[in-house]
Each structure stands twice: as structure tokens, then as C-alpha cells.
Design a protein around this ligand. Structure first.
Ligand SMILES: [Zn+2]
Length: 282
């Protein structure tokens, strides 16, 4: 498969032919940065781990430029740091037994430019070749512009696909803003208790980020535990780890619907819930 950037990276942990590796995909995550996949889409990784009938593919759209660095990475220039981050993402793909790991190598500014055709074209080619049943994207209420940009490019690509290439389910997942605020009946609850050892390793291999002082490994685990505990006030916990997602499928099945209107509709529901409870109890 040919991508817009000549330096795009295509890694297949079990060394099968790249086209065959991508074609076996059932679960696909499109994320902005190295390590986002392992934070937001562990549900898909766990669903496919060790299976012969389900395969997880990860796509990282940006090149890791401008990453924070400290300790043994403190003296690395930007090019060296991009190589470290690319290698860390390959390590995660190996640990998680992904079908393949694609790193498209775009700058953040390219991702945020709606008129930049490269990102959308590459994502279209990936969707057509992978034909995933389940897709994991960033959620549209995320507070990181590059995350929202990547998701908008992915939605644009998905909306233009012929029906036979469209996934059955599209989740918008948690990184830079969790989804506890979504009213419970609109939360997509993704159980992620399975193989906590693998879940921990997947975030742990991104040493350049964790050793810089940001404990993404502990925070990711903590968020999942908090969600499982606080999901329902009366029920006994069945899961020890949960992720939440926003259902983005309606934006694909109805390609003309307003994206901002869809997301702010959930905010209106939260407002109604809060005002209603205060009104009733006041
Ligand atoms: Zn990110």
C-alpha cells in the first residue's frame, strides 16, 4: 500500500505480507499520536488478542514531532525523538499482537488543515483495504485540537465510503477528556478488565513519555478503575476496568448530519439532567 508520505511506517509484528496483514483487520483504531491507541482503544486490542478470527490494526496519523523529552531523552533532537516514538509504537504493536501498525507521519498542522487531502486519502485507502467491523476514534469533545482534527478527517473519509466498506460501529474514545459526563444511557461502556498485565505493558512501553514525568501508565489504569467503580452507585462491580466511548456511528450512517450539533446534543442532555435533579430536589 502506498501512502502520501514516503516515510510512512508499516509494521507487521508476525511478518505476514502487509496487504494480507491489513486485510485481516476486524477492529481498527485511528489515533493522533503514539501511545493514544493504547490509552483509548484497549477494548479493541483485548477483543482481538490471541485470536485467529479477530485482528486489531492501529493507525497513528502524526509523526511525534515536538514531543516533550527528559532524562535519557533530554538531549535528543526532534528527528531522533521521532524515531524513538516510532519504535515505541512498534513495541506496543508487538506486545498487543496487532494485525499491523501504520504510522502515517504527518505534522500536526497538516492534520488540523481541513483542506489537506493527504490525511483523508490515506485513511480512505486504509478503510477500503481493512474493511473493519469496529472503528475506534478520538471522541469529539476531546480538548486536544490534533485529536479532534484526526477524528474529523476520519469521519470525512468514512462518510464518503460506499456502504460495503462502512463499519458496523464507530466509537469516540477517551484520552484528553474522559466521558463520565455523558448521560448513562448514552455512554458506550467498554469493558477492559481482561489481561491487566497486557494493558499495563501497552502503555508502559512508551518510556519516553512516562519517564518525562507524565504517568500515563498509572493514570490510564486509574481512569479505568474509577469508571468501573463509579459507574453505578448501587451495583456491585462486575468489571474492574471500564472505558467510556461516544457512539459516533450515527454520524456515518447519516453523512449529512451536523457533527457539532450531534455532540452538543449530549451536552444539552447533561444540562437537562443536572437542572432537572436540582429542580426536583430543591
Ligand atoms: Zn494524543
Amino acid at each position: 500500500m502506498k501512502f502520501h508520505n514516503a516515510h510512512a511506517d508499516f509494521f507487521v509484528p508476525d511478518n505476514v505480507d502487509p496487504d494480507a496483514a491489513l486485510a485481516r483487520t476486524t477492529h481498527l483504531c485511528i489515533a493522533a499520536h503514539q501511545d493514544d491507541i493504547e490509552i483509548m482503544a484497549y477494548h479493541g486490542i483485548a477483543e482481538c488478542f490471541g485470536r485467529k478470527d479477530r485482528w486489531f490494526t492501529g493507525v497513528v496519523v502524526t509523526n511525534g514531532a515536538g514531543s516533550p523529552r527528559d532524562g535519557i531523552y533530554g538531549q535528543y533532537n526532534d528527528e531522533e525523538m521521532q524515531k524513538v516514538r516510532l519504535r515505541e509504537q512498534r513495541k506496543a504493536a508487538y506486545v498487543g499482537e496487532y494485525a499491523c501498525q501504520i504510522q502515517l507521519g504527518y505534522s500536526s498542522s497538516a492534520v488540523k488543515d481541513p483542506n489537506h487531502a493527504g490525511v483523508r486519502d490515506d485513511l480512505t485507502a486504509i478503510f477500503r483495504a481493512a474493511k473493519p467491523q469496529v472503528v475506534y476514534l478520538h471522541n469529539l469533545a476531546d480538548k486536544h485540537d490534533t485529536h479532534v482534527g484526526v477524528t474529523l478527517r476520519a469521519i470525512s473519509a468514512l462518510r464518503a465510503l460506499a456502504g460495503e466498506f462502512r463499519p458496523e460501529k464507530v466509537f469516540g474514545c477517551e484520552v484528553w477528556r474522559d466521558l463520565d459526563w455523558l448521560p448513562d444511557e448514552h455512554k458506550q461502556t467498554l469493558p477492559v478488565s481482561a489481561r491487566s498485565n497486557i494493558a499495563a505493558s501497552l502503555v508502559g512501553v512508551f518510556d519516553s513519555q512516562v519517564s518525562g514525568g507524565k504517568r500515563y501508565d498509572l493514570a490510564t489504569q486509574g481512569r479505568r478503575l474509577a469508571h468501573a467503580t463509579y459507574y453505578a452507585s448501587h451495583a456491585t462491580d462486575v468489571e474492574t476496568a471500564l472505558n467510556y466511548a461516544m457512539d459516533l456511528t450515527p454520524l456515518i450512517t447519516d453523512p449529512k448530519s451536523s457533527i457539532a450539533g450531534y455532540v452538543t446534543g449530549f451536552i444539552d442532555l447533561l444540562k437537562k439532567d443536572v437542572a432537572g435533579r436540582i429542580g426536583t430536589l430543591g
